[in-house]
Design a binder for this molecule. Structure first.
Ligand code: NAD
Length: 329
């Protein structure tokens, strides 16, 4: 299939383009390069454009005879969304409205959407099932939930076929070393811990050691980016076979604490991570771990590279390449 990959110059989008191409699809990236990188687009054409530009979206869908969309394009920093919510509402929710309208006008009826565990807010219990209440505690999560509701209604009223994948914590890098995580600023724990492990860098701050967890630090469900990419290919296949129209968790079901990440980084790099413990960050949730049975049942998907050791090793390999290329100190 010819697939429009909105946000395909970004971290998860670029890895997914590689997997799509390996599965025989033709990815066409649509990205405004606000956060992504043109050099990460290696498996098909890049159209530089914004979600807000509906005319360009429609022209792109028609020119490339697009059959389905995978939609990663978003601003996704939780803290930033609490400081400045309006760019999140405009970019994520309004932007996606433009994309969906363009799809309907061009007769493109299938979409896989990047959602997040942030739609759940503070869960009543873990592991979190898709049936748990959705009560976002920040504007970022709220934008994703709003989009899921749009997808629902467009499915009911216009026959849109959609799957929303609610990722937990994406991490890792392409095992072949062609791609990795390049956010600026980086806010994700594993690259930050790896950078803090290197000699001569600032101490890592560990936020909160008094959570109700075995070592007192927050627990997250880390999922390797190539496992996420596989799930998108499977979701597209499922959409082609059947109108699934539903939300699915993408995690491993295994939680890893901040201190366990630090210990794994020390084991992989050989350097202990110099760190200091500080107070909890407001809004951080103690434990976020997915229940993934529904995803496994529907798509036959299982994570393959998502042990914390493999995630850290692949990220470390990417960080070393980036340092050699002069992108890091
Ligand atoms: N990284 C994670 O752990 C994680 C977890 C849950 C959900 N998600 C979601 O997955 C998606 C991808 O995340 P990522 O980490 O790869 O992010 P990213 O920032 O690396 O990639 C997003 C891409 O979208 C592009 N983009 C943003 N707004 C755009 C617009 N208006 N028009 C065109 N392009 C635009 C950016 O330039 C970038 O290339 C996002 O939707 C994010 O909310 C990510």
């Amino acid at each position: 299939m010819r697939i429009l990959v909105a946000g395909g110059a970004g971290y998860i989008g670029s890895h997914t383009c590689k997997t799509l191409a390996q599965a025989g699809h033709e990815p066409v990236v649509y990205d405004n390069l606000s956060l992504g990188h043109a050099e990460s687009v290696k498996w098909g054409p890049l159209v530089v454009g914004d979600l807000a530009d509906q005319a360009l979206l429609e022209a792109t869908l028609r020119e490339f005879q697009i059959e389905a969309v995978v939609h990663f394009a978003a601003k996704s920093c939780v803290g930033e969304s609490m400081q400045e919510p309006m760019p999140y509402f405009i970019n994520n929710s309004v932007g996606t409205t433009r994309l969906l309208d363009a799809m309907l006008r061009c007769g493109v009826s299938r979409i896989v959407f990047s959602s997040t565990c942030a739609v759940y807010g503070v869960p009543d219990f873990v592991p979190i099932e898709e049936t748990c209440p959705t009560r976002p505690i920040n504007p970022y999560g709220e934008t994703k939930l709003a989009i899921e509701k749009m997808l629902h209604w467009l499915g009911v009223l216009h026959g849109l076929r959609w799957i929303s994948l609610r990722y937990f914590n994406a991490a890792g890098a392409d095992p072949a070393g062609e791609l990795g995580e390049e956010h600026d600023p980086e806010t994700h724990l594993i690259p930050l811990v790896l950078r803090a492990a290197a000699p001569g860098t600032a101490r890592l701050q560990v936020f909160g050691t008094d959570y109700p967890t075995p070592d007192g630090t927050a627990i997250r469900d880390y999922i390797h980016v190539t496992d996420l990419a596989d799930a998108h290919v499977m979701a597209l296949a499922a959409l082609s076979a059947d109108p699934v129209n539903d939300c699915f968790n993408l995690g491993t079901g295994q939680g890893t604490s901040v201190m366990e990440v630090l210990a794994t980084v020390a084991a992989v790099t050989g350097w202990p991570v110099r760190h200091e413990t500080v107070a909890r960050r407001p809004g951080d949730i103690p434990i976020l771990v997915a229940k993934t049975d529904k995803t496994a049942q529907h798509f036959g998907w299982r994570p393959r590279r998502s042990s914390i050791q493999t995630i850290v090793q692949d990220t470390w390999n990417w960080e070393c390449r980036a340092a050699r290329a002069g992108l890091r100190p």
